[in-house]
Design a protein around this ligand. Structure first.
Ligand code: MOS
Length: 733
């Protein structure tokens, strides 16, 4: 383990960002740009009978219209969770088939955005419509699947099992049996899904915000029947990913084909309402939790049955029981998951995709158990702590749940809580509730190549596979490289999210920091060794001084880093643009991050409006490498947790299909007025085994546990046990 302390530095990209100087993928206003727009399907399932493009074609300024008649040659790029690169296997506009509402059926390219949108709206289709299903509740028997025969990561579908949960549950002195539901939700990052595509001498250059530049390149190459090294993906900043930009989106190939055809750059910005219908989203779920405990509070058994939405064409693997099995040291555990096929686009990873809702279910049940046993919910959680992974029996590389709970309880003032529901009130009579819950998320890591270069003029550049989506990885990279090379943070240039540099593996699963920072740190080690060879006085000199003294212009090093236990062949997988991540199970240990949230709610007596004035969150993410951006990650996650518990739902009506409130006026998210104080603290103990820096995951674990802390606080305030998300005012009347 490296011994160093990192200073808190400001975000290196902050000043540009607040001045609007940061260029995102589609921030391109070149005069020769052509603009594209999509016409989308208005049925949920069936096929196109006839497509009439004549009116659109006659509009002045329309340059090109592409339909399934023109695009049959697109090779599907495959589903990212099935060995492919796209957010789903289904490739629109390759045939007359319609798989979901909002599927693209035509692309219009015009001299302006307005003309393109106008022309796209003038394309009309007649359909052969078939029956469809879009709700968990309305699903037919045949839509339920609990085993999978396609080449997906099979372990994701097997039961999660330890001991004999059914027997232990049956004989447990105290039991809870409750079912929790969560709706479909959409990410809604500020930056829309968008592409600018251009060709230069047979080379395709794509400007697009993505979490997965390597995967985009590989998938596009497949779709277009060209070689990956004929494509550059450039995406220095992402205006929010949250899992939505983790793979090849549907519009990229259309922009590329149109640009090739028109011999000019083509830009497409997908309107938010279309993104709702044609990009990944958090699937709806229904989870039944059964907990058995003895009277001392020791949990003896847990049974977790989860049902989750998937599309007709893909199996989106779920991770509900994989999450809940890691919250406590429960000897007898059984988790079983069922996917339910529906006629939508394929759901996907939305921040803490399964972990947030799995923790909602399990932690709500734990709060119910605490009341049943009359044990303080913090105490009950401490009683059931563990040092091993209860499923694999591997030791945990680190777990500081107890410290998160104790420190959080202390910061929050938890001992002052009167446990009786409805007993705490404000001066205006509104009810006060205090709730607590913990969360867990895997500690994953991806292989990385890191290239570090220093020059005589003082430039320092680090090229490594990671994407900046606002989480602050440029700041973390600058911090570690600058402090260890003794140069100013502003002199460090991070060359990331760009396929012209080091291989760009998918950044997701909260593995970005745990991947890029140890790799950058190892590159610094290699650089220091080289500099010392040039000058024994390195300790008192900057790299630029060493180079000047030894008459060199620059010096570059490259390191390759893989996860514990990964084979060397993993670097081929990295180069191919596929997913090559490791964890949370490593050969000798398992790694998870944890968090504890303490929440105060006010429930107004007349309106029953719920406010969240105060949250205290304490996270165990190993070493905190970038304190400012880490704190900001947790605050953002808590805000989203509040939204997930009280606001966000993608409304579905079985009669119409699609998602009805497909805009951010009707899809209600938290605003500043919804947020009170959010106090964040970190255990900040480096993980001794996960990697050389001791860093674990943070971005997603921070959201887990927020929702059940809120619903438990609402129970404490009102005596109402709410098991369906989001909590609506009508559930409190
Ligand atoms: Mo994250 S939802 O794993 O990009």
């Amino acid at each position: 383990m490296l011994d160093f302390n990192l200073p808190e530095i400001p975000r290196v990209d902050a000043i540009d960002k607040v001045r609007g100087l940061t260029a995102y993928g589609a921030d391109d206003a070149r005069a020769d740009l052509a603009h594209a727009a999509l016409t989308t399907a208005t049925i949920n399932r069936g096929s196109i009978r006839k497509l009439d493009t004549s009116v659109a074609r006659a509009i002045p300024g329309v340059l090109l219209i592409l339909t399934h008649d023109d695009l049959r040659h697109i090779e599907p790029a495959g589903f990212i969770m099935g060995g492919g690169f796209a957010f789903q296997k289904f490739q629109p506009m390759r045939s007359v088939d319609i798989a979901y509402f909002g599927q693209p059926i035509a692309l219009v390219v015009a001299t302006s955005y307005e003309i393109a949108m106008e022309a796209a709206s003038k394309i009309s289709a007649t359909y052969h419509a078939e029956d469809f299903s879009v709700l968990l509740d309305a699903a037919l028997e045949k839509d339920y699947i609990d085993q999978v025969d396609t080449p997906l990561p099979q372990p994701m579908f097997s039961d999660v099992q330890a001991g004999d949960a059914d027997a232990a549950y049956a004989s447990a002195p105290e039991r809870v049996d409750a079912t929790y539901t969560s709706p479909a939700q959409h990410q809604n990052p500020m930056e829309l899904i968008a592409t600018v595509a251009e060709w230069h001498d047979g080379r395709l250059i794509v400007h697009e915000g993505t979490q997965n530049a390597g995967g985009l390149r590989a998938g596009l190459a497949k779709q277009l029947h060209i070689k990956p090294d004929q494509i550059d993906i450039i995406s220095p900043f992402v205006g929010g990913g949250f899992g939505q930009k983790n793979s090849l989106q549907m519009q990229t190939v259309f922009a590329a084909i149109a640009a090739r055809e028109l011999k000019r750059p083509v830009k497409i910005v997908v309107p938010r309402t279309q993104i709702f219908q044609d990009a990944a989203f958090r699937p709806a779920s229904r989870q039944r939790i059964r907990l058995g405990a003895d009277r001392s509070g020791k949990m003896l058994a847990a049974i977790h049955d989860a049902e989750a939405q998937t599309s007709r064409h893909d199996f989106f693997p779920s991770q509900y029981a994989a999450t809940t099995s890691q919250l406590y040291g429960i000897e007898n555990f059984r988790g079983h998951e069922v996917l339910v096929r529906m006629d939508t686009q394929t759901p996907g990873y939305m921040r803490a995709p399964h972990e947030h809702v799995a923790c909602f279910a399990m932690e709500s049940a734990v709060d119910e158990l605490a009341y049943r046993l009359d044990i303080d919910p913090v105490e009950l959680r401490l009683i059931n702590d563990t040092t091993i992974d209860p499923i694999s029996k591997l030791p945990l590389s680190s777990r500081h749940v107890a410290e998160c709970l104790r420190r959080g309880a202390d910061l929050f003032g938890w001992p002052k809580r009167n446990k009786v529901p409805g007993s705490m009130k404000r001066g205006d009579g509104s009810l006060v509730g205090w709730g607590v819950a913990i969360g867990v998320y895997p500690g994953l890591t991806a292989p990385a190549v890191a290239r570090l270069r220093v020059t005589r003029s003082g430039d320092v550049s680090i090229s490594v596979g990671v994407h900046e989506m606002g989480q602050g990885v440029r700041t973390a990279l600058a911090s570690i490289v600058a402090s260890r090379l003794k140069v100013p943070a502003q002199s460090v240039i991070a060359e990331i999210d760009d396929t012209r540099g080091a291989p760009q593996h998918l950044t997701a699963g909260s593995w970005g920091t745990a991947t890029a920072i140890p790799a950058a740190s190892a590159a610094v080690d290699a650089m220091v060794a080289e500099l010392k060879k040039l000058s024994p006085d390195f300790d008192t000199q900057t790299p630029a001084q060493v180079l000047a003294a030894s008459g060199r212009d620059d010096l570059a090093v490259e390191i390759r880093q893989k996860g514990p236990g990964q084979p060397d062949a993993i670097f081929d997988q990295l180069e191919s643009g596929g997913i090559a991540a490791a964890g949370p199970l490593y050969p000798k240990f398992a790694t998870y991050s944890y968090v504890a949230h303490f929440v105060e709610v006010y429930v107004e007596t007349t309106t029953r409006r719920v406010r969240v004035p105060r949250v205290v969150s304490v996270a165990d993410c190993g070493r905190v490498v970038s304190p400012r951006t880490a704190r900001s990650q947790v605050q953002g996650a808590v805000v989203w947790g509040i939204g997930a518990a009280l606001r966000e739902v993608s409304e579905v009506d079985a009669r119409f299909g699609g998602f009805l409130n497909s805009n951010i006026a009707d899809y209600v998210i938290c605003v500043n007025a919804d947020i009170g104080t959010i106090d964040v603290d970190f255990v900040n103990i480096p993980d001794p085994e996960a990697n050389s820096v001791g860093v674990k995951s943070l971005g997603e674990v921070a959201m887990t546990g927020v929702a059940p802390a809120i619903t438990s606080a609402i129970y404490h305030a009102t005596g109402r046990r709410l098991r369906d998300l989001p909590v609506r005012i009508e559930s409190l009347l």
